[in-house]
Design a protein around this ligand. Structure first.
Ligand SMILES: [Mg+2]
Ligand SMILES: [Zn+2]
Length: 178
């Protein structure tokens, strides 16, 4: 019989700069461009039985640049495209607050991960975080996510691996034992 209590490995993904190109406060379908090789990268983890989660700071909502409704419309469209690529996202968690709010969910605070842990039995030590900002990597540290990858040209400390692009990350991980 299937033991439903076996903890699952998770891949936690930042959105802007990881799934899509970060043009700054992306909130419209026409501004949303998927990163080169992101689908292939996600498939590597799916093949190894990871569950995928998106954890994204969306302070543009708190700053009044766009609404929760805008964010949800874009999310719905993004999930549809991913589904067409045979990629299932378990959940999208977002922090809508501006930094001044001092909420508990804005990365690097762990609120979004804490919420996911209430709903899913996750083996954090075997899980990965991929992000393009220090706050993503600090979230991995704060939440005790096993491995972290930083992407892009920013100077980021404490990540286990760093690549300039998602494509380079994919080329590395395709030969890596996840
Ligand atoms: Mg980002
Ligand atoms: Zn928040």
């Amino acid at each position: 019989m299937l033991d439903l209590n076996i903890p699952t490995k998770a891949l936690f993904l930042d959105r802007d700069g990881i799934i899509n190109i970060d043009h700054g406060y992306v909130n419209k379908i026409e501004d949303f461009t998927f990163n080169e090789k992101i689908f292939e990268l996600m498939h590597l983890f799916i093949k190894k039985h990871f569950k995928l989660f998106i954890v994204t700071n969306q302070s543009g909502i708190g700053r009044g640049y766009y609404s929760i409704d805008d964010f949800e419309k874009l999310s719905k469209w993004m999930l549809k495209v991913l589904k067409q690529e045979k990629i299932e996202i378990e959940a999208i968690k977002f922090c809508q607050h501006s930094p001044e709010t001092k909420c508990g969910c804005r990365k690097p605070q762990t609120g979004m991960i804490d919420e996911i842990l209430k709903e899913y039995n996750i083996d954090l030590e075997s899980s990965w975080m991929i992000g393009d900002k220090q706050s993503d990597i600090d979230l991995a540290t704060n939440a005790k996510i096993g491995k972290s990858i930083s992407i892009g040209n920013r100077d980021i400390a404490y990540s286990d691996y760093h690549f300039r692009t998602i494509e380079e990350c994919f080329e590395f991980l395709r030969y890596f034992k996840l």
